[in-house]
Structure formats: structure tokens, C-alpha cells
Unconditional design. Sequence first.
Length: 337
Amino acid sequence: MDRRLRPNSISRSRRRTFLTDFPVQQQRDAGPDRRAGAGADSANGNDGTTWSTPSYDANGWLAGTNGVGYGVAGTIATPIQGLMSNVNSSAYIRLPFTLTGASNIAQLTLRVRYDDGFAAFVNGREVLRVNPGGDLAFNSTAATNHSSTAFEEFPVGVGGALLQEGANVLGIQGLNVATNDADFFVLAEVIGVSRILESPQPLYMSVPTPGAANSFGVAYPGPVITDVGHLPNVPLDTEDLQVTARVFPSFFNVTNVTLRYRVMFSNEVSITMLDDGNSGDGAAGDGIYGAKIPASAASPGQMIRYAIRAFRREWEFLAVAVADEHSRDRRIPRDNR
């Protein structure tokens, strides 16, 4: 089967940014009750493993805004130098967000600027670890220095009911290379891709869309066309152009194959291609179809373009055979010798 045909569940999707500039909290004090709120704090062992869950009691963490750290000029929205510098190489950051239609989210992408490393958690589950210095603990360090100049993107799967309707939390354990390091920074953003249309059955994608959402496909693709060729490569004025192609069924039998050609910008001409052993196709019934474009069709110096279509029952194959990866036809100049 043509390598461009891929069975897959078709879906249309759109990107949604859930977190861009949201409240965080820092420091522990006797401030107002902020249960399940956002927060940032120098990490300690008393926080356990539930600090990144929506139900965690974040009471006592003061409010701030996204962009937590110190020593990075012009980018700090919530400074935590007094909490972290020479105290701990890790900081916990809680970033809450609210979702509607959580079950339609197909993928998350974390965009993070960080100095020097981090571990990311969604609703208490670890999803990513970047530049850690070893096993993760409340006082972990980063392995090496890392500049926070630019955002970096990290795809995250959403399997296992990672997301929930309503309140969610992105937890970041920021990692500094050392407790006495001069700078630290974390700025995080979450982008979600949500399905807005999904097919109930797998489909074959006849047109590849790398890096983009799947386009519409078909449940039963038409015949597969491969090994398209012609002889001679550059025909003389008196020579016919023999065209051949291998055509085989994907699900249903092939009913007929057509060669369509055009000389320069003239009208298109169709010729039936046969697998009868008498059409320049080799042995009869071997799956190779052939047809000839007569020498009289073109004059010296004129261009011939052709394409091949194959049919199954009453449906036409969705893609014509191509000469290469970039063209939907072949162009052959007539030699004027």
C-alpha cells in the first residue's frame, strides 16, 4: 500500500492557550486563606507530593504573577530571592487553570523559560523533567547552568485522565544549579490542542499533513499507483511514448486505469491503459498497465505532460500518480533530432 496512506482516526483541532499570565503566590505568612490557589515557595519536605494537586491547601502563600525568580534583569514579576537564595536550590510553583471540555483536549504543550531546570506536574502527576541533577527531592538541583532567554516547547500527552473538568494545576519545581547561584527564573505557559470534530472510525489519509491537523480521509481508499515510468526518456520526433505503471487494489478490485496527457496547453486527452500483455505492459495480468502516446501527438520542442488515474467500482482514486514528490504530472520535451 502506498506509504502516504495512513490509517488513523481523523480529527480537526484548535490550539488554546490556558496559561499565560496568571496569579502565583510566594512566601509563607499569616495571610488570608488561599486554599487550592496559585503559589510559589522555597520547597521543603513538609509539602509532600500533593503540593501540585488542585485540592492542596496553599494557605499562607502570598500572591504574585507569572515569572518567578531573581537575578534575571527585566523579567522578574515575582521575586523570591529572600526565600530561595542560600536556602534551597528548588522552588515549588503552583499555576492553576480552569478547563471546560477537558475530555476534548488531545495534547498539551508546555512553553517554559527556565534557569536552570525544572520538573513539571499536572494535577499531581509528573509529566516532564528537564536538566535535573539527579533523583527528584524537595532540595534537588539542576545538572548544569541554563539560560532562560527564550521559551522552549515540550509536548505532553494527556492519557490516563490527566486533565479534569474545571480546576486544574500546573506544578513546577524549579531547579537552580546551586543554593548560592546568582540567578533563578521560571515562566511557564500551557497550550492545549482540542478536538472539535472526530470520526467514529479509522480513516486513510491520502494527503499527508506533517506538522498540521489531519485533513479529511476516506474509509476505503482507491487503487494504489506505483512505479510510474515512460520510454524513451526523451523521445525523438518519430517515436511513440510508452507509459507504464503498476496498479493494485487496496480494498476493492481495479476496474480501469486511464492515462491522461496534454501537449503544451492544449486540451487533455485520455487513453485507456491495459494489462493485456499487448500494450507495452509486460505479461498479461501482472498488475502493470501500459499505453502509448503517439508520436504524432507532439511536435519537436513541445512539452508533454501526463498523469494516471485508477478506478475501483464507481469511485475514482483520490490521488493521481505523480512523477516525483513535488509534481502531479510528468513533462517530457520532444527531441527535435
